[in-house]
Design a protein around this ligand. Structure first.
Ligand code: GDP
Length: 183
C-alpha cells in the first residue's frame, strides 16, 4: 500500500473531504474531531481550510488530512481540485433543515463525478441535539444511505455525540480499502 502524501510519522497518510450545504456544521465537526472544540457563532471562513488527525488502527497509524469547503459551497465554487486525491468523504446534512437533505443527491453526483472510484462516503445527519426542530427522521437518512451504499450516522458537534465514531469509521474503511487496492 502506498501513500498519496509524504509523512514519516505515520504508516499511511491520505486526504478526506467534508461536503454538504452551508451551515450544516462542517467546520464544527472538523474542529470537534481535530481539536475537541465547538464554536457557537462560527462564521464561514473563505478559502481552504484543513486539519490533521492520527488514528491508530491495529498497530498502524493512519493520518488523515481533512479538507473543509471553508464557505465555498455558498458560491457553488467547489471544483475538481477540492476532490482530487481524496479517498474519504463525509457528506453532511442538518437534521433540522430538510432542504440540506434534499440537496444530498446533488452532492453525491458531484462526489461521484470528481472523486476517486474507491472513495468511502459516510453520510452524516448533524445537529442531533436539536430534537425539537427535527425535520429529517433518522430512518430517512438510513434508507438513503442503504440505497446509495454509504455508511450512516447522526451526530452532534455541539454535544460531541458520535463525532469521533463517524470520523473513525470513515478513516478505518479508507485504510482497509487502501490496503486491499494498494492505493
Ligand atoms: P458549515 O458552514 O457547514 O461549516 O457550518 P458551521 O460548522 O459553521 O456551523 C453552522 C452553525 O451551526 C454554527 O452556528 C454552529 O454553532 C451550529 N452547529 C454546528 N453543529 C451543530 C450541532 O451539532 N448542534 C447545534 N445545535 N448547532 C450546531
Amino acid at each position: 500500500m502506498g501513500s498519496s502524501l509524504l509523512d514519516d510519522e505515520c504508516d499511511y497518510l491520505f486526504k478526506t473531504v467534508l461536503i454538504g450545504d452551508s451551515a450544516v456544521g462542517k467546520s464544527n465537526l472538523l474542529s470537534r474531531f481535530a481539536r475537541d472544540e465547538f464554536h457557537i457563532d462560527s462564521k464561514p471562513t473563505i478559502g481552504v481550510e484543513f486539519a490533521y488527525r492520527n488514528v491508530k488502527i491495529g498497530d498502524k497509524i493512519a493520518k488523515t488530512q481533512i479538507w473543509d469547503t471553508a464557505g465555498q459551497e455558498r458560491f457553488r465554487a467547489i471544483t475538481s481540485s477540492y476532490y482530487r486525491g481524496a479517498l474519504g468523504a463525509m457528506l453532511i446534512y442538518d437534521i433540522t433543515r430538510k432542504g440540506t437533505f434534499e440537496n444530498l443527491k446533488k452532492w453525491l453526483h458531484e462526489l461521484r463525478e470528481y472523486g476517486n472510484r474507491y472513495m468511502v462516503i459516510v453520510l452524516v445527519g448533524n445537529k442531533s441535539d436539536l430534537v425539537n426542530s427535527r425535520e429529517v427522521e433518522a430512518e430517512d437518512g438510513r434508507s438513503l444511505a442503504q440505497q446509495e451504499d454509504l455508511c450512516f450516522m447522526e451526530t452532534s458537534a455541539k454535544e460531541n455525540l458520535n463525532v469521533e465514531d463517524a470520523f473513525v469509521q470513515m478513516i478505518t474503511k479508507v485504510f482497509e480499502i487502501a490496503s486491499q487496492k494498494s492505493l
